[in-house]
Design a protein around this ligand. Structure first.
Ligand SMILES: [Zn+2]
Length: 242
């Protein structure tokens, strides 16, 4: 379940809740319509679109979705468990009997098993969601109940956002010409930034932890904008896979 906050172009806000299915539909529609979308590391997403009301600069309407239950810190162990669940038909075991009682509370995923304590934590924190339980048998003869488990949309959004952490470098500022490349010198001269033989290097390098995006920009503001656009493009691609 997500908490939904809608901020209209006039600045007024409205809040409500959205089911995972609703959130997924909202996100897909937003991407189809070309709205800006960005996943948050806390498992939410921000959907933003321009509203033209006749003024020169468009106003914005945003829909922010955040999980009602905080996902908490996603440690490497939890990430590993989520990978196992995502890759296989995983299910939670309850009602196992006799020699199979040890299966109770575990999440089974192929040859992998997630112990009860870890399974409980994944469920309690909304990192996974449960489907409809069905009756099955342990090793073909003892009855047990299996409940399908899959990685929640919130967890997927958080993992996605964590895979795309961007950074932009602090501009060097006033430096000796020998300390910067030719590009920096040209930029400095164009801006008339000479000061006592020093030139101003306002350029900023940007990169993303996905290692698929880098860039150098004349001003840090441009680097920050470009980094945001990269994250939004990545989230849009992710949303198309939902
Ligand atoms: Zn990236």
């Amino acid at each position: 379940m997500f908490r939904e906050t809608i901020t209209s172009a006039d600045g007024s806000t409205a809040t409500g809740t959205a089911t995972e299915a609703h959130a997924r539909a909202l996100l897909r529609t937003a991407v189809r319509r070309g709205y800006r979308v960005e996943a948050t590391r806390t498992g939410g997403v921000i959907i933003e679109r321009d509203v033209w009301d006749g003024s020169r600069i468009p106003k914005k309407r945003t829909v922010a979705l955040e999980p009602v239950t905080p996902l908490g810190n996603i440690t490497p162990t939890i990430r590993g468990d989520l990978d196992v669940i995502a890759a296989r038909d995983a299910y939670l075991v309850t009602g196992a009997e006799g020699t199979f009682m040890g299966r109770n509370g575990r999440i089974a995923a192929g040859l992998h098993g997630i112990p009860p304590a870890a399974a409980k934590r994944l469920i309690g924190r909304g990192l996974v969601v449960l489907g409809e339980p069905y009756e099955a048998t342990s090793n073909g003869y003892m009855p047990e109940t299996r409940t399908p488990v899959r990685v929640s949309l919130a967890a997927r959004l958080a993992l996605h956002a964590q895979a795309h952490r961007t950074r932009t470098s602090e501009p060097l500022g006033y430096v000796r010409p020998a300390d910067v490349g030719m590009g920096g010198i040209t930029a400095g001269l164009n801006k008339g930034g000479r000061r006592g033989g020093l030139i101003y290097d306002g350029s900023s390098a940007a990169s993303c932890t996905c290692r698929e995006w880098t860039g150098t920009f004349e001003q840090r503001m441009f680097a920050l904008d470009a980094a945001r656009r990269h994250r939004q493009a990545a989230t849009a691609n992710f949303a198309r896979t939902l």
